[in-house]
Design a protein around this ligand. Sequence first.
Ligand SMILES: *[C@@H]1O[C@H](CO)[C@@H](O)[C@H](O)[C@H]1NC(C)=O
Length: 599
Amino acid sequence: MLWSRSLAICCICLFLFSTHTFAFYLPGVAPHDYKKGEEVEVYVNSLTPLMGSQQLKSLIPYDYYYKPFHFCSPKEPQSQPESLGSILFGDRIFDSVYKLSMLQNNATCQYLCSETVPGEDAAFINARIKENYAINWLIDGLPAASRKLDVKAKTLFNSIGFELGDSMASFSNPPLHNHYDIEIQYHKQEGQDKYRVVGVIVIPSSNKYDSEEDAKTCGPTSERLVLKEDSDNTVHYTYKVIWTPSNIAWATRWDNYLHTFDPRIHWFSLVNSIVIVLFLTGMVAMILLRALHKDISRYNQLEAQEDVQEDFGWKLVHGDIFRAPANIMLLSVLLGNGSQLFCMTTVTLSGYISARIYKMFGGDAWKKNVFLTAFLFPTIIFSIFILLNFFLVSAKSSAAVPATTLLAIIGLWFLISVPLCCIGSLFGFKKPRIDHPVRTNQIPRQIPDQVFYLRPIPSMLMGGVLPFGAIFIELYFIMNSIWGSKVYYLFGFAALVFVILTITCSEVTILLCYFHLCAEDYHWSWRAFLTSGASGFYIFVYSIMYFMTRLQINSLTSAVIYFGWSAVISLMFAVLTGTIGYLACLAFIRKIFMSIKVD
Ligand SMILES: *[C@@H]1O[C@H](CO)[C@@H](O)[C@H](O)[C@H]1NC(C)=O
């Protein structure tokens, strides 16, 4: 279902409604009951930079078995099956050489392997440690976590991943972690000899072992292991497994990972959004219902009295209101894609809406319309995506999407999305043309000079700020989860905020549209689209602010990736909100012009 439309939708789904980590270890799979001594597999995933309390310093994930890391590796690491979505997000899951057997070798030292790390690779590793990279393992579907303290609430919670090295240490080069205490929390099934894994905590440490013999003690040693960048280094890897009984039931094992720092902030964000909506609704109700009602009854009264008094206000533009705007092709294509993003359920929608709008304004190049609806927007998104991928390949990041996956996406797009879009268009063009309630005059009316705040750009900027204001607090958390590998799970909040966003977009567009019409400016189509669509522009500005305050990125690749994705998200958001605004405004205009009599 996720892939049923196009890449565009997938991106927005994955980006807005899931997170970097959440997509892979989907909860809800059947529990695995282990017998005593049964092997518990450890899988390794890409290394990702951690945000933690510091700023995020990079955005590039690396394969666990990327050569310069020199982790102990099986002869031929076996790649594990993953969904398309997880491949797109840079997850590369492999098997490992760690041997864990349920309840065996409790707290005994185990020697893994020795690796020689040449100076240049040591420099690479040290740079990654300073960027606060974390190792990500998966054990029984649970991500290995480190235990962190929420200072305010004074509770412990699990934070996904554990540090590659100690980035806080005050050495010129940071110590590398080469010993792992793996604490596996297990839950014994009542009255049975069966065990379930309910928590995985890894406490890494750095030990400077003198020899292999020394390593078999697992430390702690008097000195920590610091890699020299000018000569070869020998690294001995060791680990210990500690099996601890736990009361956590299997069904609730994710709870410790889903930690909300301060739930009040989400409520605050919701209240903030609701206040904006109430304020707007009040405005709309007051202005539109009262003023509009008065207008309509006055217009129709004048008509009845056969008075020669002059018309005024928005009635004046009745002969121009449904004049086709410039570029109806582009407008209808964007609206088609916007409604697709909005619904995402009916796969044929984008072609349908695009066809109907295009036909409403008398467009007749229907083949071009179908073609553009199916290709224009997805191609833009896809091109940005390919460009970003190129950067990731050059940075040797594991997030670079392999060619086969790219081909699969293109295949899905051509085989599913394009035909469905064409079917939608066919239905749309077959439908009778949407009739306008008033006729359009031959000669366009002169538009009087507009006051400053009703000119296109100021009014768009004014319009866009309200939908953005309704969502920006929740947006902060979504951004944190996208870039900072934090699990976002408050989908209830996200859904509510989305409803509020829809209402705000509609109301703000209708309100501004009414003011424009009263000022006798009848170019409403693009205006309506861009008024609420301007919130996409604000999202982009916000992402620049986020970049400057929350991220500390020095590499060009990371910056390009960040801004590339931000551009994609803002663009989609603009098309989505623009469509909401346009359709609301169209309904409004049809309604008011239907209720007046014009000869
Ligand atoms: C393993 O050792 C730890 C202490 O080192 C202990 O708390 C735990 O109960 C032991 N687990 C088992 C299964 O014996």
